[in-house]
Design a protein around this ligand. Structure first.
Ligand SMILES: C[S@@+](CC[C@H](N)C(=O)[O-])C[C@H]1O[C@@H](n2cnc3c(N)ncnc32)[C@H](O)[C@@H]1O
Length: 333
């Protein structure tokens, strides 16, 4: 597997990233309500914890999507009828489920060029360790933000392309951000290219709440790890035992929301931004949205962003959907 790191030298990259992290934390912890952007979850420990979350039975999303991809892998290769295909995965993580799709194409006699894109070097390392090698498969890992990675692939290949955005990655975006994100993908891709996008469906609330409050406490550790990261990289003085994970469903937004709650009134100094952050007792830091969808919401999003819907693939319990869309010149009929 070849790995390209799209950011310049390691040193420049680290200092740029550290500066951006400091700016985002300063802005996020000065806002009302306080917040931290989700992309900072995935340092080395965060990527390992995320892998543990996805392996836990309470987090039904991964198993549901695994079952879908396992059952459609050959059908997908039949629909996307091309001898050689680029599979580009945005936010690939450990690529565990994607391996099924790759298998489906290879077993159907096709050649696959797999381009996993992820900002986390640890995730890329996990992917490299886990993915099976095959003569018909070439893997080009790209450590980058979503769109710089996607543009890079476009500059290097003219093959038919299938873009994957799996898990519930899209759920972390608001409905407006999702539209902008998908419009951007559509603009970068060409006529005939495909996108397969994972959507977690609206369902009974206890199932949702359990998934984001797993009994092993991995989600709690994953969220608290953000404070450890601020302590390590920005000279923060957070005491983890003074914060508590809280995840709940907001039926008005149609989203799971996760927070860290300050257990008491406290002041926390962060050296790199030279700021003392005040927390009232029980004040939240908003961390993440996980928006849930109806199938009709997915159809609306597909049409709005100018894709042509091919098929919704769902699991036996209708918990999750992987929706296949295509770009067709002339737009939708
Ligand atoms: C929720 S995990 C999903 C992983 C995998 N797709 C799955 O379904 O299990 C999100 C992944 O996206 C990556 N990621 C988050 N923000 C990103 C960004 N802006 N650009 C590239 N990768 C990003 C993270 O490092 C992480 O590996």
């Amino acid at each position: 597997m070849k790995i390209v790191n799209l950011l310049e030298t390691q040193q420049t990259r680290d200092s740029d990233e550290n500066e951006r992290f400091a700016e985002d934390i300063k802005a996020g912890l000065s806002s009302t309500p306080k917040s931290i952007p989700t992309k900072y979850f995935y340092d080395e420990t965060g990527s390992i914890l995320f892998q543990k979350i996805t392996g836990h039975a309470d987090y039904y999303l991964t198993q549901a999507e695994f079952n879908i991809l396992d059952s459609i892998k050959h059908e997908l290769a039949k629909i996307i009828d091309s001898d050689e295909i680029d599979i580009i995965e945005l936010g690939a993580g450990d690529g565990h489920k994607t391996e099924l799709i790759i298998q489906g194409f290879i077993e159907s006699g096709k050649k696959v060029n797999f381009y996993p894109i992820d900002i986390s070097e640890k995730a890329m390392q996990q992917l490299e360790e886990g993915l099976q090698k095959h003569d018909a498969l070439s893997i080009h890992g790209i450590i980058a933000e979503y769109f710089s990675g996607l543009s890079y692939v476009r500059q290097h290949s003219n093959n038919h392309q299938l873009v994957l955005f799996l898990g519930s990655n899209i759920g972390n975006f608001s409905k407006t951000q999702s539209k902008e994100f998908l419009l951007h993908i559509r603009d970068i891709l060409s006529d005939g290219d495909y996108a397969l996008i994972g959507f977690d469906l609206k369902k009974d609330i206890p199932t949702l709440v359990k998934a984001y409050n797993d009994s092993a406490g991995y989600t709690s550790d994953f969220n608290l790890n953000l404070l450890t990261r601020i302590n390590r990289e920005l000279g923060g003085e957070f005491m983890l035992e003074h914060f508590q994970h809280y995840g709940n469903y907001n039926p008005v937004l149609g989203a799971m929301e996760s927070f860290l709650i300050s257990r008491k009134e406290q002041d926390v100094y962060i050296a790199n931004i030279d700021q003392t952050v005040h927390f009232d007792a029980f004040e939240p830091i908003h961390l993440e949205y996980s928006f849930k969808y109806l199938k009709t919401d997915i159809d609306d999003l597909c049409y709005y962003t100018g894709f042509h819907p091919i098929k919704h693939f769902t699991d036996d319990h209708e918990r999750f959907v992987d929706s296949l869309w295509q770009i067709k010149s002339g737009g939708n009929d």
